[in-house]
Design a protein around this ligand. Structure first.
Ligand code: FES
Length: 352
């Protein structure tokens, strides 16, 4: 433990402070009874005493910097050679390559800096005494005087028009930043595109992400399946469509179903609900089999799947929209139609 004088500013090299008494101002209580233990004995590092070890450490630092350089080159190459493209696979590959490049680039520099500091830089221990944070009264008075002199020099108190012009220009300036921002997000206010998803009559329910169709007989009681519409990959913007159409399929004992959002919307205990939380749109994915509750990990909204996905806890304001489902002639699960109401956050409540 190091106890320090209140107003001191001196740096002490290793060993200078060992055993010294603590100087405290009068009235600054009992810590004064402790003695400053100072530094422990100095132990030289291997690289301080062995020139070969020193050289080896230098080479290691150079290698770490080289890793960083290669990472950066890899990042730049990946940026041009592996554009994200439109498919999930190409996005994954691009993100992976960029992420690895960035990781090596930063990691190399970080590790090199740490290794350099620990093995090659001077190993002098130093103590810097703490000092009072508060500026002295004289310093504060001086600062106030400087501000007052500045205000007097600008004559702003006597020139009302000038003052008004200054305030107006400062108040209006943020518009130069805000307008382009608002203008650019303008298109996103077109929320009508959220009203419809890819689900339609007889569209097969398929497993996310393989796209394999599911038979009702494949879904066991208590299981949860993440589902996307058949043919999602052929859509014009598959990721946008997926973001709207993801569904959670749950099978329970048909006797446990207390209510549905529409008559005949489930099939033999299998119910399907939008996975997009009606609070602010996180994916709801935690299913509690005993209670039939679905939990959103973002703000803990909880929906009762057995009771039409009504909200039983949390900030969400409306149930998860239910997807009406049935089976086709071959026993595959298919949608009866699109969702009857828009998916996602509760903006849509306004339209009711
Ligand atoms: S987004 Fe689900 S609870 Fe907030």
């Amino acid at each position: 433990m190091s106890i320090t004088p209140v107003n001191g500013h001196d740096d002490h090299e290793h060993g200078d402070t060992a055993g010294s008494d603590v100087a405290l101002r009068e009235g600054e209580n009992s810590v004064g009874k402790f003695r400053n233990p100072g530094f422990g004995p100095h132990r030289p590092r291997r690289s301080d005493v062995d020139p070969a070890a020193n050289k080896r450490a230098e080479r290691q630092v150079v290698v770490l910097f080289a890793i960083s350089i290669l990472g950066t080159i890899g990042f730049v190459v990946a940026y041009f050679a592996l554009p994200p493209g439109e498919t999930l696979a190409s996005m994954r590959t691009s993100n992976l390559a960029l992420g690895l490049g960035l990781a090596f680039s930063l990691l190399g520099i970080g590790l090199a800096a740490v290794h350099w500091a620990k093995s090659l830089m001077n190993d002098h221990e130093k103590a810097e005494d703490r000092h009072a944070q508060r500026t002295s009264d004289a310093g504060r008075a001086e600062a106030l005087q400087v501000l007052k002199d500045g205000a007097d020099d600008s004559a702003i108190g006597r020139r009302g028009v000038l003052k008004g012009a200054l305030v107006s220009s400062l108040a209006l300036f943020p518009l130069t930043l805000a307008l382009p921002l608002i203008g650019e997000v303008g298109e996103d206010w077109n929320v009508s595109k959220f009203k419809r998803t890819l689900w339609a009559k007889n569209k097969k329910l398929t497993i996310d992400p393989t796209g394999r169709p599911i038979k009702a007989s494949d879904v066991t009681v208590g299981s949860v399946v993440h589902v996307i519409p058949e043919g999602l990959d052929e859509a014009e913007a598959p990721l946008d469509e997926k973001a709207k159409a993801v569904v959670l399929l749950v099978r329970m004992d048909p006797r446990d179903i207390k209510s549905e959002q529409g008559e005949g919307w489930s099939y033999d205990g299998i119910v399907a609900f939008s996975k997009i939380c009606t609070h602010v749109g996180c994916p709801v994915a935690l299913y509690e089999q005993q209670t039939h509750h679905l939990l959103c990990p973002c703000h803990q909204s909880t929906f009762d799947v057995a009771d039409g996905a009504k909200v039983v806890f949390g900030p969400a304001k409306r149930p998860l929209p239910q997807l009406p489902i049935t089976v086709d002639d071959e026993g595959y699960l298919v949608a009866q139609s699109d969702f009857a109401e828009p998916i996602g956050p509760s903006f849509w409540e306004r339209l009711r």
